[in-house]
Design a protein around this ligand. Structure first.
Ligand code: AGP
Length: 613
């Protein structure tokens, strides 16, 4: 939710701010802006509604030139995505601020500030930050002290970067609830919401902790914790390469990420299994002790990660025989759930920064100290990994397309390993069963390549969605969760309204939706529910629907008029099937979106990392 970049160096900072913003666009892309301290020691700001390229077109490189600056790409929370609401926000020419997060008490602070004579030129919550720092700057010894004082009045979440002509040569940054990373360069120092924005200038990073405030100059970085005590934070070397964040030969990040899945899954499995066994220690050295103790599992996640958790509920109860509940984080965090002792609280998240998921974890830890927490996460230096007792990293690599693809399938692989590891600790998984599951997982990269090879058939099917506005996805058992993920993908990138139902539930209402303009997409592995699913498909077909069935080669769904059957794989187990059947649904959404002409990687109204409630 919003991307921040800033820096101080020996040359003009503007090109880095713009190129960094482009890399942060996945966090928000409805308006962008930057402010630099120019040669006259004045704040010089440029802003534009829309994407970073609009900002770039507004920048006159001869005049917008300074060695210190901050910039922002926005995902609107308070105030429409217009130029006047774009960051940075400035107070009286003295303070320039960019902000990621939400200041929840902004109305209260705004009223106080208006009474003190501050004028507001935007509808954002961020503007109160600029005024608050301006106010504290009047009686503080420098910008750092002013920010330290001001943030104490904020409630909510923030990652901020601040500059001021009153204290040139300093960028003050602060984080609470929103990520910030400092880039330690040879020719300057930098800050960003995500290290990907800074890879052109450094590989050395300091990941700020909750409540940290840092004073960044050309040759120093001084960090204070939430009690304003100076602290040391480790510098870590990033392994990320620029090529990992480029599109390569692909038209879109989403397409690249779909095709990266065989490798991402192989990477996620690497060093986590032997030929026939899951390594429990891959979940952390205390994992075995914790897994042996747990009696209940609660999974919390959002969006695609929630869908992965839904599949895992089947696996954990089926394989590990542990009662498992799952709920979307935004609901769970605001109710009064009964949290039993010896519960393993599992969060699933690509980014590790999703505010709802993170806050749910924090709330649960406050309510019951006898729970254990595990996060399945794709970002090693994220808030969720820092705040969870156990971490299992999905090795999907950087995922930039807003629609999650390889993060989902690697989450499923991780959750499959977890089900086996917990099941073994509880004596529920025989060596033979474990070997069969591990063998199936090892085959995944090859099977996914085979599923990807069906792309041409899927391209043809996608054409039939050109004038469609609704679609229905069906599955049974864990495949219902895969149908949900298929529907979510189609909605978010092609803007077609899509619903997913357990196929047996259709007759209780949704079957009324079926007509010739509502395509029905079903996933039909050859499992114990296949015959039931086939009957459900008959019910749908006889109502005149146009249907697509992705099947197991052995499923032998009966051919009918208006029914397209695409074999995806053959005779898979309960673990591998959901992962493989995800692939055709991702490809279908991608190709429908191309036909609809939407922005595949940056669909409207969305952002990759949702760090606000
Ligand atoms: C999926 O395509 C979405 N981009 C979205 O639902 C996402 O999965 C959700 O916001 C959760 O994000 P997380 O995995 O980073 O926590």
């Amino acid at each position: 939710m919003c991307g921040i970049i800033g820096g101080i160096c020996q040359n003009n900072i503007t090109p880095l701010l713009v190129s960094g913003l482009k890399r942060l666009e996945y966090r928000g892309y409805d308006s962008a802006g930057l402010v630099i301290l120019n040669g006259d020691n004045a704040l010089q700001r440029v802003r534009a509604a829309g994407k970073v390229v609009n900002l770039e077109n507004n920048i006159d490189s001869k005049t917008v030139n300074g060695k210190i600056g901050i910039a922002h790409t926005r995902w609107a929370t308070h105030g429409e995505p217009t130029t006047k609401n774009a960051h940075p926000h400035i107070c009286n020419g003295d303070v320039g601020v960019v902000h990621n997060g939400i200041i929840e008490n902004f109305l209260e602070l705004k009223i106080e500030q208006q009474a003190q004579g501050y004028h507001f030129s935007s509808d954002t919550d961020t503007e109160i930050i600029a005024h608050a720092i301006h106010q504290t700057l009047q009686d503080s010894d420098g910008l750092l002290a002013a920010v330290q004082k001001a943030v104490k009045t904020f409630k909510g979440a923030y990652g901020i970067s601040v500059i001021s002509p009153k204290n040139p040569g300093h960028i003050i940054v602060a984080r609470s609830g929103s990520p910030l990373v400092i880039g330690v360069g040879e020719k300057g120092n930098f800050v960003a919401s995500d290290q990907v924005a800074l890879l052109d200038v450094t590989k050395q990073f300091i990941f700020l902790e909750e409540g940290d405030i840092a004073d960044i100059t050309l040759d120093s970085i001084t960090i204070f914790d939430k009690s304003d005590i100076q602290v040391e934070r480790k510098i870590k070397t990033s392994k990320l390469q620029n090529r990992q964040i480029s599109k390569g030969d692909y038209a879109h990040y989403m397409q690249k990420e779909i095709f990266e899945q065989p490798q991402a899954i192989a990477d996620t499995l690497e060093s986590r299994i032997t030929k026939d066994k899951v390594l429990t220690s891959a979940f952390g050295y205390e994992a075995k002790d914790i897994f042996e103790k747990i009696e209940h599992i609660q999974i919390i996640a959002c969006g695609t990660s929630y869908n992965a958790g839904l599949v895992a509920k089947y696996w954990l109860e089926d394989i590990a025989k542990i009662p498992t509940h799952i709920e979307v984080a935004s609901e769970y965090r605001y109710r009064n759930p009964i949290i039993l002792d010896n519960t393993l609280f599992i969060t699933i998240s690509q980014s590790g920064e999703t505010a709802d998921t993170l806050e749910a974890l924090r709330a649960v830890k406050k309510r019951n100290e006898n729970i254990h927490s595990l996060t399945i996460c794709n970002c090693a230096e994220s808030s969720l990994t820092r705040e969870s007792e156990l971490t299992f990293l999905t090795h999907a690599g950087v995922e930039i397309g807003v629609a999650s693809t390889k993060a989902f399938t690697t989450q499923l692989v991780s959750l499959a390993l977890l089900s086996v590891a917990i099941g073994r600790c509880h004596g529920q998984v025989s060596a033979e069963q474990e070997k069969a599951i591990v063998t199936g997982l090892n085959q995944l990269p090859g099977l996914i390549k085979k599923a990807l090879a069906q792309e041409n058939q899927i391209i043809e099917l996608a054409k039939t969605f050109k004038n469609k506005f609704n679609a229905l996805f069906l599955g049974r058992g864990p495949m219902h969760a895969i149908a949900m993920e298929g529907a979510l993908k189609l909605k978010e990138i092609s803007y077609i309204h899509a619903e997913a139902y357990p196929a047996g539930e259709l007759k209780h209402g949704p079957i009324a939706l079926i007509d010739k303009d509502t395509p029905v997409i079903a996933v039909a592995p050859n499992d114990e529910l296949l015959d039931k699913l086939k009957s459900n498909l008959q019910e749908v077909k006889s109502r005149g629907s146009q249907m697509i069935v992705f099947e197991d080669e052995d499923s032998k769904v009966t051919p009918m008029n208006g029914l397209s059957i695409i074999p995806i794989t053959n005779n898979l187990g309960r673990i591998t099937a959901p992962i493989i059947f995800t692939i055709p649904l991702q490809l279908l959404s991608y190709h429908v979106a191309l036909i609809k002409g939407t922005n595949v990687d940056q669909p409207r109204n969305l952002a990759k990392s949702v760090t606000v409630e």
